[in-house]
Design a protein around this ligand. Structure first.
Ligand code: COA
Length: 148
């Protein structure tokens, strides 16, 4: 189900529990609110019995797409909600004509294996992309999946 501005309070609740605050990967509410109205941006929600269990935020522009955020509430992880959201992103981006799908993950995040299992491959490294809560600078890995 597509999300909108009014869903951001629930999205932030999942965001702050899913991402370890130590690594500085979570976005703030104002960062999410700022990107939502932009061209090609989609917020996708996963719900169970009305409760928000996970979400994705992505952008499709022409033949390129970027998965900006993907998170599942900790108590719902490991039940394929993440995989369903990731597959939905790939399917939607492809349907809109994107042939190169990108995403970024902090080097060392266990989610790297999750993306590799879904066919994403490492395309590069962005040095010191994330700033941890003790000021440490952490690399991001850039992943790409070609759908052509
Ligand atoms: C990464 C994340 C979205 C995965 O969602 P999930 O619903 O737990 O994952 P799924 O249950 O769909 O897992 C799909 C597969 O990936 C594997 N997997 C999931 N999370 C994993 C992890 N952290 N490390 C290693 N493997 C993982 C599962 O074992 C599963 O494989 P299987 O089908 O062979 O059993 C979720 O763990 C999360 O929100 N993490 C914190 C936020 C984050 O780091 N997001 C990614 C960066 S934007």
């Amino acid at each position: 189900m597509r999300g909108e501005f009014a869903d951001l309070h629930e999205v932030m609740a999942v965001m702050t529990t899913a991402f370890d605050p130590h690594y500085g990967e979570a976005w703030s509410r104002s960062q999410c609110a700022g990107i939502l109205p932009m061209n090609g941006v989609t917020l996708m929600l996963a719900r169970q019995a009305g409760e928000l269990t996970g979400f994705s935020l992505y952008r499709v522009i022409s033949d390129e797409a970027e998965l900006l955020l993907l998170a599942v509430a900790p108590e719902h992880q490991g039940h394929h909600i993440g995989r369903i959201l990731l597959d939905q992103f790939v399917a939607q981006a492809s349907a809109e004509g994107a042939t190169r799908l990108h995403l970024e993950v902090r080097d060392g995040n266990r989610a790297t294996r999750f993306y590799e299992a879904a066919g994403f491959q490492i395309a590069g490294r962005r040095r010191r992309y994330y700033r941890g809560d003790e000021g440490e600078q952490l690399d991001a890995l850039t992943y790409v999946k070609s759908t052509k």
